[in-house]
Design a protein around this ligand. Structure first.
Ligand SMILES: *Cc1c(COP(=O)(O)O)cnc(C)c1O
Length: 387
């Protein structure tokens, strides 16, 4: 099987696994144990990982809180900030194409009387910053806009949004789960106050993540107990997972800097090669999202006269891709992201998400292109609507 579903999850890098293994068994100490060497070495490993995560985001290590993933980080950011904000009225601004892990907590806040504005996006998936500027009011507490979309890969202008929020004295949270390690991020310069990271989206372990919280920003924890992570996330730290997340961030940074590129083809070139092969052979196919300003590994494509579900069946498990987002596809609902672009229902029904990753080879991409073209041609030959 050729794995092209790297927005749903990425395979763990073998170098990450190697780094994690000792921390499951021989080096099993609790980083909160202050009385012996097993505790000290675990604490040191956690602090090393904290520095690795911070470096990838260009922030300070003491601004990183370890969590179980981007879902928890998003919840902690949104609920934590609003709960720390005292009596209202309060206002939150987000966008229609955000991940459910942002939209669901926003709905919860709205049930509690907080006003939530959900900004529309352009047909390419970008927000209009002037629209954001007019949505900000004196009660606006937080703006939450993702760095890169998990279905269409569209990148949002973090710097511009950050500058605006800074000027208007509004906190800015960004879900960077898809962007971290894929495109350079300087959250310090971008004026971001909070950002959510997921380990398994950047070749690290599942169930790991982090929230960047700019120093001086106060929030209420979701989980209370032993007071770990500056009281923001109680519970004994997942040392092997944290070590893995740190290593994954270190490797991602090397990859971004090109230091790990020992003769391998950059992701963007592989993605463009796949698109060229598809468009060279198949008429009437459409790219959903932005042609420029998208994640290097992302393609979201609709094929006229083809239902995405049928295409997945016709591929017979030889190429792993998805319809819409992995979460939305289990619910059988049309993608809220593609709907927000204003696409027709035919275009949405025909959309597949293709996510290339670190371990894909040019040979795999050529093979996947052939398999996709053959499947589409076969389905079209059976379709009464295709001529
Ligand atoms: C995967 C993903 C999440 C959820 O991350 P988990 O670590 O699986 O909880 C949140 N936001 C975006 C943009 C994602 O791609």
């Amino acid at each position: 099987m050729i794995y092209l579903d790297n927005h749903a999850t990425t395979p763990m890098d073998p170098r990450v696994l190697a780094e994690m293994l000792p921390w499951f068994s021989q080096r099993f100490g609790n980083p909160s144990s202050r009385g012996h060497a097993l505790g000290w070495e675990a604490e040191e490993a956690v602090e090393n990982a904290r520095a690795q995560v911070a470096a990838l985001l260009s922030v300070r290590p003491d601004e990183i809180v370890f969590t179980s993933g981007a879902t928890e980080s998003n919840n902690l950011a949104l609920r934590g900030i609003l709960e720390a904000s005292g009596p209202g009225p309060h206002h939150v601004i987000t966008a229609a194409t955000e991940h459910e892990a942002v939209l669901a907590p926003c709905r919860k806040l709205s049930e509690r009387g907080i006003r939530v504005t959900v900004l529309p996006v352009s047909p390419q998936g970008g927000i209009d910053v002037s629209e954001l500027a007019s949505a900000i009011t004196p009660t606006t507490r937080l703006v939450s806009i993702m760095a890169a979309n998990n279905e269409i890969g569209t990148l949002q202008p973090l710097d511009t949004i950050g500058r605006l929020c800074r000027e208007r004295n509004v906190l800015f949270h960004s879900d960077v789960a898809q962007a971290a390690g894929k495109v350079p991020l300087d959250l310090q310069a971008a004026g971001t106050d909070l950002a959510s990271v997921s380990g398994h989206k950047l070749y690290g372990p599942k169930g790991t993540g982090a929230l960047f919280v700019r120093s001086g920003v106060t929030l209420e924890p979701l989980v209370e107990g032993g007071g770990q992570e500056n009281g923001l996330r109680s519970g004994t730290l997942n040392v092997p997972g944290i070590v893995g997340l740190g290593k994954a961030c270190e490797l991602a940074m090397l990859e971004l800097q090109g230091a790990a590129a020992n003769g391998t083809v950059p992701l963007r070139d592989l993605r463009d090669r796949l698109w060229e092969r598809l468009t060279a052979r198949l008429p009437r196919i459409h790219l959903n999202g932005a042609a420029d300003g998208r994640l290097p590994g992302n393609l979201n494509v609709s094929f006229d006269c083809i239902k995405a579900e049928s295409l997945l069946m016709a591929l017979d498990g030889k190429v792993a891709i998805s319809t819409g987002s992995a979460c939305a596809s289990t619910g059988g609902k049309p993608s809220h992201v593609l709907a927000a672009l204003g696409l027709s229902s035919e275009r949405i029904d025909g959309a597949v998400r293709i996510g290339l990753g670190r371990f894909n080879t040019p040979e795999e991409i050529d093979r996947a292109a052939t398999l996709l073209c053959e499947a589409v041609e076969h389905l079209r030959s059976l379709s009464p609507n295709w001529e």
